[in-house]
Design a protein around this ligand. Structure first.
Ligand code: C5P
Length: 323
């Protein structure tokens, strides 16, 4: 599996000897560019995406249990299942299976990233679980090895091991870290309703006549180790906008409001429904957030673009205050 680059921050091994619990902050992602290419024989689509983290983060605490071999998952978001339907549960089970270990774990999640929103929150939490266990259990897996494990769980998971910015291809398993230079602020707008990813892919496939080939300009981006914001912004697009905007007026309305409030550009993230705007400065980003929050049901979030990545912090006391 071609996994290139390594944007990961691994903790100091020597300091790890007595770690029993780790906390890890898990950022959201946006797709600065998302092209959905041909459907594969496994039913998934090949993707071409420039992905980046935003500093809107969930938090996980992972602890090894000494009293049992059960996996216990708690989450402050009551609508999320805490059994094997949860991607964190599946990530933990997969790591233990690959490592050949039968141990118990306590995992706690504090959710801040909206659910089913095109922000990769579940994928980020799953990637964080793999990284936390790699650290706690001293598995010694590289970023590429962790990404390989994550690829089994979902298309967005491998990216987080190469964050904050990367070009992602194939079904999400072919990831190359890239630097995006310059400072930008992101305003995320969530309209208060989810869009189901599988449904969005099906609608995209059903409504387009053919797959538009990747442009030469996008291909050229992939060959560069460093990209400047002013070169990226004119190339930003998302293939999901065409099939989804006619169904959801809110997508067009969120984009329009962000542009009116000074965004350089505004785009749907992933398969939606979150829309984001890119801003040159923090003040105008916060003004735009205040403006979108005036609309009933909309939530706005502000964060620095492309700075957040997964990183573990050891701790031995105080569980997170979950539910
Ligand atoms: O990756 P995830 O499990 O969230 O994907 C949900 C659904 O979206 C898949 O079952 C598939 O129908 C569709 N999908 C796709 N191509 C991708 C990723 C997802 O067709 N690369």
């Amino acid at each position: 599996m071609p996994l290139k680059g390594d944007g990961i921050r691994l903790p100091n091994r020597a300091a790890n000897q007595s770690a029993k619990a780790v906390r890890i902050r898990t950022p959201a992602k946006i797709n600065l560019i998302l092209r959905v290419l041909d459907r594969r024989s496994d039913g998934y689509h090949n993707l071409w995406s420039l992905m980046q983290t935003v500093a809107l983060e969930d938090e996980l605490r992972v602890q090894v249990r000494s009293d049992s071999t059960e996996l216990s998952l708690k989450c402050d978001e009551v609508s999320l299942p805490t059994d094997r339907r949860n991607l964190v549960w599946r990530a933990a089970a997969l790591v233990l299976e690959r490592a050949g270990l039968q141990i118990g774990l306590d995992i706690e999640i504090i959710k801040r990233i909206p659910l089913t929103a095109g922000l990769g929150g579940g994928s980020s939490d799953a990637a964080a679980t793999i990284m936390a266990l790699n650290h706690l259990l001293r598995l010694g897996w590289s970023g590429g090895e962790m990404a390989e494990v994550g690829a089994v769980l979902g298309s967005d998971v491998p990216f987080f091991f190469f964050a904050p910015s990367a070009i992602v291809r194939g079904r999400g398993e072919d990831v190359a870290a890239v630097r995006v230079t310059g400072v930008r602020w992101v305003v995320l707008v969530h309209p208060g309703f989810p869009i189901d990813t599988r449904w969005a892919y099906d609608r995209l496939a059903a409504t387009r006549e053919h797959v538009r080939p990747l442009s030469e300009q996008h291909r050229r981006l992939a060959g560069q180790a460093s990209l400047a914001w002013q070169d990226v912004i004119p190339l930003m697009e998302n293939d999901f906008e065409q099939p989804l905007v006619p169904v959801y007026d809110a997508i067009r309305e969120m984009k329009a409001r962000l542009l009116t409030k000074g965004a350089e550009t505004a785009l749907l993230s992933g398969s939606g429904a979150t829309v984001f705007g890119i801003f040159c400065d923090e003040d105008s980003a916060f003004r735009a957030q205040a403006s979108v929050e005036q609309v009933h049901g909309w939530r706005g979030y502000v964060g620095r673009a492309g700075t957040a990545s997964l990183s573990c912090r050891e701790e031995s006391s105080d569980p997170l205050q979950v539910g």
